[in-house]
Write a protein that binds this ligand. Structure first.
Ligand SMILES: [Zn+2]
Ligand SMILES: [Zn+2]
Length: 449
């Protein structure tokens, strides 16, 4: 006979501890209080894209991993350790895009944009993803916008792009920025330079930092990028790429400088500037917050020519040049430099109501005012006039419209000028016209700065 199962003491189920889901490391919410900055930069960038004849493109956020491995280069930090790569059951290795230029070159090929009149000028804005160590101004999801000009080899477009960047920063009030410009030549002349560079550094191998020892074999151009104090004196007498440029690259670079000078754009020739990505050729540039603020954390943006990229991805040879700018870092600078930025347009009018009939009438009037593009605030859920007028005061509106039982009966409405407290009763039907008159009058008195 089977032994009767022993009676277990009843377990008291523990109340589940609700853990509040947390933000992932390096990801953040862009809260309403921040949005003025975002709107300001986005609108300015879009105005620039219109003004300079760019069309917007929005490539997807998820792409084949191969796109970035091939374009950015295997030996770069981005591809080696910073990409958010996933294995998708159906599509293989996919990546949350770490930057947009490769996607745009892919789009240029896959949509046959080489058949369009050249150059093709594209503008983008959106989130990028890199698994970096989060720090000030650097998140794992960060926003970039940029301008790309595909299908043109003439140095005048390099200069125009640099001019756009310079003018953009002037426009948003960051006029202390420093534009650092260099040429890293074409694959032919760069090959000779790298040989020379490696020879020079190899002789000093023992004195190099660990990173530089690695760079020597993996990515020698980045030797010039080293920020370690111990490597600086070695860098100081390293061969400079400008001395190694072939005739065509030299002419190209001189032309870029000439066009920039003609626009009185200030820039600094920086022989150590190489940029981190493999696909750059000839002109490269970076935006630093000021002349002194070197270092990858503070670079506001950068770009350069990438004449080989489209071909590398399987398209026909297509010269191209582009720039990308980091939104979070620009915002950080705007805050640090205390630049005044325009705020969201605040409502001019508050619509208050007392009693059920008035509430319905006000509820409908609100829709009409909105259709007439009059910015109106309300708190329909509140009944007390005092609390509604308190809200109106807090919002600093110029006028309050007040609709009570008496006004509903009489077919009128009350307009109160908030500052003076002067009230006037008008015909309800004339609300929109009267309000527009008053607001326009007001606008003429205070010139728009
Ligand atoms: Zn060359
Ligand atoms: Zn070093």
């Amino acid at each position: 006979m089977p032994k009767k199962a022993e009676k277990q003491p009843k377990k008291i189920p523990k109340a589940p501890v609700l853990k509040i889901p947390q933000l992932l490391r390096g990801f953040k919410d862009i809260l309403p209080a921040e949005q003025n900055f975002w709107r300001f930069i986005c609108q300015t960038a879009e105005n620039f894209s219109l003004g300079y004849g760019f069309s917007r493109i929005d490539p997807p956020i998820l792409e084949e991993a191969g796109l970035f491995v091939r374009s950015i280069g295997k030996q770069t930090d981005i591809v080696e350790k910073e990409m958010f790569t996933f294995n998708d059951v159906a599509q293989g290795m996919v990546v949350l895009r770490p930057e947009a230029t490769a996607s745009i070159a892919r789009a240029y090929i896959s949509h046959g944009m080489f058949n369009l009149p050249q150059p093709v000028k594209l503008f983008y804005w959106g989130p990028m993803f890199r698994r970096e160590r989060p720090q000030s101004g650097r998140q794992r999801q960060f926003y970039q916008f940029g301008f790309e000009i595909l299908g043109e080899a003439n140095p005048v477009v390099d200069a125009q792009l640099i001019a756009i960047v310079s003018n953009f920063f002037n426009q948003i009030g960051l006029d202390q920025i420093s534009l650092q410009v260099n040429s890293i030549g074409c694959p032919d002349c760069r090959k000779n330079f790298i040989e020379e560079l490696v020879n020079y550094y190899r002789a000093k191998r023992k004195m190099l930092c660990e990173d530089c020892k690695n760079r020597l074999t993996k990515n020698p151009l980045r030797l010039l990028d080293c920020k370690q104090p111990s490597c600086q004196f070695i860098k100081a007498s390293a061969p400079q790429i400008v001395d190694w440029l072939c005739e065509n690259c030299k002419t190209h670079f001189m032309k870029v400088a000439e066009y920039l000078d003609s626009l009185n754009i200030f820039y600094k020739l920086n022989p150590y500037l190489v940029r981190g990505l493999d696909y750059y050729t000839r002109t490269v540039f970076e935006v630093w917050p000021t002349e002194k603020e070197e270092g990858s954390q503070s670079v506001l943006g950068g770009g350069g020519r990438y004449d080989g990229l489209v071909e590398l991805l399987g398209g026909r040879p297509t010269p191209a040049v582009g720039v990308s700018l980091g939104v979070e870092r620009i915002i950080l600078q705007l805050k640090q430099k205390e630049v005044a930025i325009p705020s969201k347009k605040a409502p001019d009018v508050f619509l208050a109501q007392i009693g059920d009939a008035a509430k319905i009438k006000a509820f409908n009037l609100y829709e009409r005012l909105r259709q007439e593009n009059i910015l109106v605030a309300e708190s329909f859920a509140k009944d007390s006039l005092k609390s509604q007028l308190d809200s109106a005061n807090k919002l600093k509106v110029k006028y309050a419209l007040i609709l009570g039982q008496k006004e509903v009966m009489d077919g009128t409405i009350l307009i109160r000028e908030m500052e003076s407290g002067v009230q006037e009763i008008i015909d309800f039907k004339k609300t929109v016209a009267e309000l527009k008159k008053k607001l326009n009058h007001n606008n003429h008195q205070t010139p728009v700065v």
